[in-house]
Design a protein around this ligand. Structure first.
Ligand SMILES: [Cu+2]
Length: 158
């Protein structure tokens, strides 16, 4: 075999390699994984309550909004301690979801806030939630209603 032929075969092999390399994003409609969805029962006489869940986005994304037929309005909240009081604030821009990272919404931290809840939520009920993301398709889930386990802060603030 001549040297020139060997070189051209090598070039062909290289050329065949690069464009045919499989892309790792072959699942173009990868969904955000949602787990452990739980809403607290509505306190007696109140129409607002918090929901918690964990989100894992396949690529960098953002939880932009949540809706539910069980609530007139749903907001994404953060909780912070201010002067020894737990304060809540709406995250108007939603929440960043870094690729592959498990993002927890939990008591004492970020949570989903159901407002103007139409019917009282009792333990054992389920609440349909639709989560909307900046890039990934929306995800519909049924969150269980119940009391979350106490967190390491020792009290059950939402
Ligand atoms: Cu809240």
């Amino acid at each position: 075999m001549s040297r020139a032929l060997l070189l051209s075969l090598a070039a062909l092999a290289l050329a065949a390699c690069s464009p045919a390399a499989p892309t790792d994003g072959d699942d173009a409609v990868a969904k955000v994984q949602v787990a452990d969805a739980l809403c607290r029962p509505t306190p007696v006489g109140r129409q607002a309550t918090g929901c918690y869940l964990t989100l894992t986005a396949p690529s960098d994304d953002r939880l932009v909004s949540v809706s539910s037929p069980a609530a007139g309005r749903v907001e994404i909240h953060e909780s912070r301690m201010e002067s020894n009081m737990m304060m809540m604030r709406e995250l108007k821009e939603g929440m960043a979801l870094p690729a592959g990272e498990v993002v927890e919404l939990k008591p004492g931290g970020n949570h989903i806030m159901l407002l103007a809840v139409t019917e009282p939520l009792k333990a054992g009920d389920t609440v349909p939630l639709t989560l909307t993301f900046a890039s990934a398709p929306p995800v519909e889930i049924a969150a269980a209603v119940g009391q979350p386990a106490l967190t390491d802060t020792g009290h059950a603030a939402h």
